[in-house]
Design a protein around this ligand. Structure first.
Ligand SMILES: CSC[C@H]1O[C@H](OP(=O)(O)O)[C@H](O)[C@@H]1O
Length: 364
């Protein structure tokens, strides 16, 4: 089974429906801007970089199919204003929108279609190159950190930051892949990452697919295995100027554990995930998800005791009816708990508990 979250070719744009993984492997066509809004909003495609890429490519598809006489510039600008409303936290969607809208505003009207399609396709191509560089930078930080003491590491990660969250290879999971490919990975642990279960359904799927030695644990197991862990590596949806980082809910728990157990906690993300317009994490909008996603789990319909038919998914209620719920999709980890931010430019470390992303990074 492919790990390719996004397929973009002359036939159009398709996303792997991640609500059905790992049991069903089904691509969904994205033919219109509304299709794009829907697959992002419903989290059929998710992951900060993937969201930005799908939004950009859906505009490219729309431009390829634009009717004669339709205004390309306004199509680009209006479509991306709408897509920005699909999910508020990941900066990659807003960064992609900014890039394409800028192109549409700055070129001659007759050039909008060609130049915006080029820009959208460049975002896709750049992401894969960046992920390999992010993996190298994260690996380099860890080798530098453990220089002279160990070169095979046990690493824990949270949520899904691999090929299913990007154009391929991944960010934090890219660091784990880089360690594995170079003989520096002893073992990987991944947390299930309730309530969407990106870890148990997606990251575990990727680790098994790549034959990386790994163990799945519940979110609540993390503290009890910290004595086995050499580093915690996570992704990011938005990093602010001082290094505060919004990431999947439960990330802050792990950062506090890392700090308590004196384990390096690393954020791995493309530089485009760093929002220099925001001074600190208190300014980040945290997406709230519907409570149905927390109080139920999707499961295949079991027709009878002898056979399981993967028919229409049914939701199985796992919480007491009537209970109030609080279901944020992300939390914010303060910069002081983060040892390094690994980007495609290299890795940044904090001085006096603050990051300076305008300085030169450590090069991998
Ligand atoms: C490289 S993915 C970054 C980020 O996106 C995920 O969120 P979601 O699954 O809700 O889109 C998670 O926070 C990852 O760490």
């Amino acid at each position: 089974m492919s790990l390719q979250a996004i397929i973009y070719n002359l036939d159009g744009l398709f996303v792997l429906d991640q609500l059905l993984l790992p049991h069903q492997h089904k691509y969904v066509p994205v033919k219109t801007i509304e299709d794009s809004f829907s697959v992002i909003k419903k989290m059929q495609v998710r992951g900060a970089p993937a969201i930005g890429i799908v939004a950009a490519l859906s505009v490219a598809v729309g431009l390829r199919n634009l009717g004669e006489g339709e205004d390309a510039k306004h199509f680009v600008i209006d479509s991306l204003e709408h897509l920005k409303e699909s999910r508020p936290t990941a900066v990659n969607l807003f960064e992609a929108a900014h890039q394409l809208q800028n192109v549409a505003r700055s070129v001659h009207p007759s050039q909008v279609k060609e130049k915006v399609i080029q820009e959208a396709e460049a975002i896709l191509d750049k992401d894969l190159r960046d992920n390999h560089a992010i993996g190298a930078a994260g690996r380099q930080f860890l080798l530098d950190h453990y220089k002279g003491t160990k070169s095979k590491l046990t690493v824990l990660t949270h949520c899904n930051t691999g090929s299913l969250a990007t154009s391929g290879y991944g960010t934090a999971l890219g660091v784990i892949r880089a360690l594995h490919e170079n003989g520096n990975l002893e073992h990987a642990f991944c947390t299930e990452t309730r309530p969407y279960n990106q870890g148990s359904r997606l990251t575990a799927f990727e680790l098994v697919h790549d034959r990386i030695p790994a163990t799945l644990v519940t979110d609540s197991t993390a503290a009890s295995i910290m004595n086995k862990i050499d580093a915690i590596v996570v992704g990011a949806d938005r990093v602010t100027r001082n290094g505060d980082t919004a990431n999947k809910i439960g990330t802050l728990n792990l950062a506090v554990l890392a700090n308590y157990f004196n384990i390096p906690f690393i954020v791995a993300a493309p530089f485009s995930s760093i929002d220099l317009n925001l001074a600190s994490g208190s300014q980040i909008t945290i997406e709230q998800r519907p409570s149905i996603e927390m109080i139920t789990v999707r499961g295949p319909v079991v027709k009878n005791s002898n056979a399981t038919e993967f028919g229409k998914d049914e939701r199985i209620h796992i919480a007491a009816p009537g209970i109030n719920t609080y279901c944020p999709a992300f939390d914010v980890t303060p910069a002081k708990l983060i040892a390094a931010v690994a980007t495609e430019k290299g890795y940044y470390t904090a001085t006096k508990e603050k990051f300076s992303f305008t300085d030169s990074p450590e090069l991998a």
